[in-house]
Design a protein. Structure first.
Length: 544
């Protein structure tokens, strides 16, 4: 990052002592919020982050459910900005578990002395742009207020948990929770009759882990997913040394791939090679870790068509091989969406769980959940008596967390209303009429930290550009926003992840507009677009 801010940092409370003043306010102290805080502070701005958690870590603070862990290689997920940090931190496993990742983020906060710039237990309920002063004022649930020229929402794309509005939900006599709100003190599931609703990436991790200790597990599945073996394991000393010596290559590789993962597509078509060669590649990738089987494959398995279906059938057969009861196996085999059109959950023994005597699988597509009763879950077929219910029913992605904050821009325009038909932004980072508001959460998909670091760098540079040139405001032109929104809708319509009914397009939330919620572009394309905009004096933005 080249520029530094020439203006003097301002921080503290105003004369009335009621409203804290900063140059920049960040909402969230997760992976993006922490890095935004670090970066802006390094650039000389006074900055404060507000987070509703009682600890830092965002996603990795809240998601304490058993089995929660990375699907990206740990060493590809950590921050890259500090060589010292890279060399100091030992990832324990190839795919880090939540407690270790939470420890990592706390380690980062302490190492870079970020904690004093973070106010925890602070749920921001509103953010209002003061047009006269060109400042954002945020207010917290406890009445605390703060003002700053810039407002950055680092609130995650999957942080607004969603539980369907089942009738009778509050009548249930036992404990119930969403995995994203897993109690800090844990939940006693040993020997209990536990029901899990939902079999997405969260449900799959959770089910596999708790099946080991519960008395009886009832899984309510609406859609079977393509799930792949994670192949996790501890990192031994020798591998640790190798990893630490090869960070430049790891990050270079991530920078070159579409989703910033360590896996690069094979440029060959699956259909252009012999069936034997195709199968040999499928089997080889099957034995590799994480997303290799998804993202290192023939490029056209990720394009609707023959190759995609060929690979889907390979996956289906792998599921059939692992489940003893053929009827249950068929229930677990996905047949209603294309491979890769939903996010691939990675698992460590998920399918084998259904060979256990203490696990039942209920098809709630065939017999939907009618209501929650005091005793458990009632479908159109039967009532299932339970001691605990876990709603692994997903998230109101991207816009859900923004909508929880009452954000008012110029002319009292309300962001939630503006985004009712889907996000209207320029490159996901800003929306016209909401100057100096950077919606970082609305811009990235893929290996999260790899996508977040360059994005935060870009936003920080933009903020410095505004300050160094004595502007007060930056916001996109309505034309740039229109063009971008049209691009998302048109280019997004053709890509694989728009084809299924999932959070990628808001289809998991009843009544939510169906539109791709993130950019349709690859990570390298997005970085190039943003860089070109900055190099052209923030083309498409109004600087006032
Ligand atoms: P999800 O993928 O949206 O899955 C939600 C599940 O709940 C689906 O099986 C869904 O069924 C079911 N469901 C929703 N409403 C229902 C209803 N009314 N009746 C019955 N079933 C219902 O959510 P998620 O599993 O929390 O995962 C969300 C995202 O979080 C993932 O895609 C991934 O990006 C991220 N994640 C990452 C990791 C990781 O990095 N390791 C781990 C967990 C999650 P339908 O499919 O039929 O809608």
């Amino acid at each position: 990052m080249a520029s530094t801010s020439q203006q003097t940092a301002t921080a503290g409370t105003d004369q009335s002592g009621e409203v804290e003043q900063f140059d920049a306010i960040i909402i969230g102290a997760g992976v993006t919020g922490l890095y935004s805080l670090y970066r802006l502070r390094e650039l000389g701005l006074s900055v404060k982050s507000f987070d509703d958690g009682s600890g830092i870590g965002g996603t990795w603070f809240w998601n304490r459910y058993p089995g929660c862990r990375f699907d990206s290689e740990s060493y590809s997920y950590g921050y890259s900005f500090s060589e010292e940090l890279l060399q100091e931190w030992d990832w324990k496993e190839h795919y880090s578990a939540q407690p270790d990742t939470e420890r990592y983020l706390n380690y980062v906060a302490d190492k870079f002395d970020l904690r004093k710039h973070i106010r925890l237990n602070s749920r921001v309920v509103s953010a209002v742009f003061d047009e006269n002063e060109s400042l954002w004022q945020v207010e917290m649930e406890d009445g605390h207020r703060a003002r700053g020229q810039f407002l950055i929402t680092s609130i995650g794309i999957l942080s607004a948990s969603y539980i369907p509005d089942f009738e009778g939900i509050h009548s249930f006599k036992g404990p119930w929770t969403h995995p994203g709100k897993w109690p800090k003190e844990g939940m006693d599931l040993a020997g209990k009759r536990v029901g899990v609703i939902g079999t997405g990436a969260t449900g799959v991790q959770l089910i596999t882990e708790i099946a080991k200790e519960v008395g009886h597990l009832t899984v309510f599945q609406r859609t079977a997913n393509f799930c792949a073996p994670l192949r996790n394991g501890p990192i031994d000393d020798e591998t640790q040394k190798k990893i630490k010596a090869s960070y430049p290559e790891i990050f270079k590789k991530c920078a070159e791939t579409n989703g910033s993962f360590m896996h690069q597509f094979d440029t060959r078509s699956a259909m252009a090679v012999s069936p034997e060669e195709r199968l040999e590649q499928y089997e080889r990738l099957w034995l590799e870790g994480g997303f290799a089987k998804w993202l290192s494959n023939f490029y056209d398995v990720m394009v609707p068509g023959e190759a995609n279906e060929d690979y889907a059938e390979f996956f289906r057969n792998k599921i059939r091989e692992r489940v003893n009861d053929p009827v249950i196996a068929e229930m677990l085999v996905p047949k209603d969406h294309m491979f890769g059109s939903k996010r691939l959950p990675c698992e460590s023994g998920y399918y084998e769980v259904y060979n256990q005597d203490n696990v039942s699988l209920i098809d709630v597509r065939k017999a939907p959940i009618e209501r929650i009763t005091p005793k458990g879950v009632k479908t159109t077929d039967a009532e299932y008596e339970l001691d605990v219910i876990i709603y692994a029913t997903g998230y109101d992605a991207v816009t859900g967390s923004l909508n929880k904050i009452d954000i008012h821009g110029i002319g009292d325009e309300i962001l939630k209303e503006k985004f009712a038909g889907g996000p209207r932004t320029y490159m996901g980072v800003q929306s016209a009429g909401f100057p100096n508001l950077f919606t970082i959460n609305a811009a990235s998909v893929g290996n999260f930290v790899r996508a977040a670091e360059p994005l935060v760098d870009w936003v920080s540079e933009a903020i410095c550009y505004v300050r160094d040139n004595n502007f007060k405001r930056i916001s996109p032109t309505p034309e740039a926003e229109d063009t971008w929104t049209k691009h998302v809708s048109e280019a997004g319509a053709n890509i694989l992840r728009s084809q299924a009914d999932s959070w990628f397009v808001g289809a998991n939330i009843p009544g939510k507009a169906r539109v791709l919620l993130t950019a349709p572009d690859t990570a390298p394309q997005m970085r190039a677009k943003r860089d070109a905009v900055a190099a052209n004096g923030y083309e498409g933005f109004i600087l006032e």
